[in-house]
Design a protein. Structure first.
Length: 269
């Protein structure tokens, strides 16, 4: 059964890591810009239903409901093709995940492994948004015993001026049926925010509650049903411009974005 959780105060974590400039990349086959709604409602729930089970590699991107969902590795030497996750068929998660404990679900969801992270941006340049809620779970090997706090999910938002804030959401150890999805509610700060981008990534914790991100390869999580709130309404695209918008997104491959520092450390508590 899903728990309902709110942001937590994070345990002690490792030192920060500066990421290289992020680049936009390949749109997965089978998704088209024509699938985007003509106007974005105040709340949009991003799920991964309809996607086939497929691996996610560094700089892959999915376009859905007016958002780019990017998959990235934090390794500054990462290359296209480096594994960072997968789309999981939740009805057959054992077969989809192999040696990992993945939560069961009645729908598809995204998983991130090897310290991979998710970047969320609007398909409309300059459009802003917040995050209201999401479902998430830690992922880990069947061979490990996990502490009461196996890790936590950091959600970090960036504003147009590149300033940033973040919230942390605790993960729970596996139960009798392994890891399970929990429902998380964001704070009012995040649900009413006007972010230009959001990042989701996992910290892994030991028995002493010393936690770190981006340095173990064990920061792994599953995520689904990301409900966003619209800060600035996106312009209504004309049908004739959808294809152009799609081609424009593909053309962004290799273009450096402004540098962002994803915060992989927290103050001591």
């Amino acid at each position: 059964m899903k728990r309902s959780s709110s942001p937590i105060d994070a345990p002690r974590a490792a030192s920060s890591l500066r990421l290289t400039p992020l680049v936009r990349a390949t749109i997965l086959a089978g998704l088209t810009m024509a699938a985007l709604p003509s106007a974005r409602a105040a709340d949009v729930t991003i799920d991964f239903n309809g996607l086939p089970p497929i691996g996610l590699t560094h700089a892959d991107a999915i376009v859905s409901q007016g958002f780019n969902i990017g998959a990235y590795s934090p390794d500054p030497d990462a290359q296209a093709g480096d594994a960072v996750g997968a789309i999981i068929d939740g009805t057959d998660s054992v077969a989809s995940c192999g040696f990992l404990q993945c939560p069961a679900s009645n729908s598809s969801y995204a998983s991130f492994v090897n310290d991979g992270y998710l970047e969320l941006t609007s398909t409309t340049p300059g459009a802003t948004f917040g995050v209201k809620s999401f479902d998430a779970s830690f992922l880990g090997s069947n061979a490990y015993d996990y502490p009461a706090l196996p890790g936590f999910l950091r959600v970090q938002g960036f504003y147009a001026d590149n300033s940033t804030v973040w919230e942390d959401y605790r993960f729970y150890p596996p139960g009798s049926e392994g890891f399970e999805f929990n429902s998380y509610e964001a704070s009012s700060l995040f649900s009413t925010a006007k972010f230009t981008s959001l990042y989701f990534f996992a910290f892994v914790c030991d028995a002493n509650q010393d936690c770190s991100a981006f340095d173990t390869g064990l920061g792994q999580f599953a995520i689904d049903n990301i409900t966003t709130t619209s800060g600035v309404a996106a312009p209504v695209p004309e049908p004739s411009t959808w294809l152009m918008m799609g081609a424009g997104l593909l053309g962004v491959v290799g273009a450096a974005r402004r540098r962002k520092q994803v915060q992989a450390s927290t103050p001591a508590v």
